[in-house]
Ligand binder design. Sequence first.
Ligand SMILES: [Zn+2]
Length: 585
Amino acid sequence: MRKPITTLSRPSIFSFMILGLIIGFTPRTLLAQSGGPIHPYQAAYDVQHIELDMEVFPSDSAIAAIVTTTAIQQIASDTWRMALSPRFEIQAVEWQGQPLAWHRPHLAEPEVHERFIHLTFPGTLQPGEEVKVSISYQGKPRPAVQAPWDGGFVWAETPSGDPWIGVACQGDGAWLWWPNKDHPSDEPDNGVMIHYTVPAGLTAVSNGVLRETQTDGDRTRWSWEVLNPINSYSITLNAAPYIELQDSVQSVDGSTIPLHFWVLPEFEEKGRERFPQFKEQLVWFEELLGPYPFRNEKYGVVHAPFLGMEHQTIIAYGPRFEDNNLFGRAVGFDDLHHHELAHEWWGNLLTVWDWRDFWIHEGFGTYMQTLYTEDVLGQAAADSLMGLMRMRIVSNDELVPDAFQTTKQKYGSGRGGDIYYKGAWTLHMLRCLLGEDAFSSFMRELLYPTQAAAEALDGSQTRFASTQDVMRVAQSYTQRDLGPFFELFLKHSELPELVYEVEGRSLTLYWANVPEGIRFSMPVEVSVNGEIRVVEVGVQNPDPTGPTGEVVVELPRRVQEITLDPHGWLLRNTIGYGESLDLNP
Ligand SMILES: [Zn+2]
């Protein structure tokens, strides 16, 4: 006899959920896109260095720039594909000091391919050849529709009426404002030199280390150097009459990490109040995941005119200066800063080479908030946060498709929430399967496979990864075959249902709603009269003569309480967790 679920052991987790659905980090539909299947004209070259030299004119909402890309040719080719918004007028393309021909290819789906330009070299570039190309252009970059989701330039004003400029382009691609290869699989091995010339009185803040400032009349040129490889969407510009707050922290490797926080003058006091929490979170991350990967540059946070973005070494931080930014309820800490800081490891140190694996950035990034909550605020608060995340799972498609994906395909089609929340829940279950210590080692090994990688600061600490790496490293920590687990949660939209039947003194459990052919099985905690036991539950075998994953738990003579999954480890198709079976309906 199947009994209905009528009560929940932790009804409190639902109290704030409705609000959480309305407010918070809801994915949006993107207008533009980045990445996708790589074209041979993109794969032909390996970017080594980028120099971006840009004049910024806030009064016209315009920029003029020259971007020099140095690359090593990988395979023979007479053409490079790059991407730059058609909003700009391209004034010159040069190679070895000579003008280089370029055109916008006529491609199907112009809205998909509007970004591409083809540079045509006079002859075939040989493998191993160093190639240096400069593109000069000017115009008005697309203003952001809804940064950070529908990105572009944000030309805002400070409360005093001064320019306050920011850029966010993760979803749409950095081609919105500067020419680049537009593929996550390549980062400049030898870093980036960035120069911004802005009206004097504004501070232009960017990634990496400040090398020099030069004021000439009413314009100031700010030069920043990025020493490590960096995602193109991470390269950023912030300009305002900022106040700079400084501090430092000792890294777990013994070195000193410079900390900087640029805030609008009107928010200086709030910034000073907020800064210690940033530092405390950085210490927490280092203890969990290993050293901050860019400690030879800085850890920076800049007050941005939009919610936030994980720009490497210079996190964009929205204007609230409060805790509780992402979930529409009091989680008890600055979750926005925590999330963006998580990306310094999950996204900037470890980077997916195709957006189909976007969940690695966002799923790990989001699950860090759970681990932090558990450490700092306790188990009940962490359970509650997982409950909020569960409410946001859509699961109407596979989390990791086979095909290469653009950002828009993976994030911007209304399914984006799953890369955060289903990703986080998948890791939560994996933690249950591996155990606490092994899960910790698994995360560290993904980020820093060797001690040498953890110590390196020459760029070799950064690496690319895919879901394959996650599965391989996780599998190395357990005898259990993780194949069916990953298959179900990463490659299918179905969420399993834990079916239970109570008859006499028997509780029967099995998994349903599992696609045929997946021999899915999970340990399930069952509390009977307050005593918890763990049983391995599988799917029923459609062949009644074969072995079945169904399990029968013998019940005591007097049963006051039965609760399934009392600690909420399992992602199931029923929302909520810790069902107490109603024994006397
Ligand atoms: Zn994120």
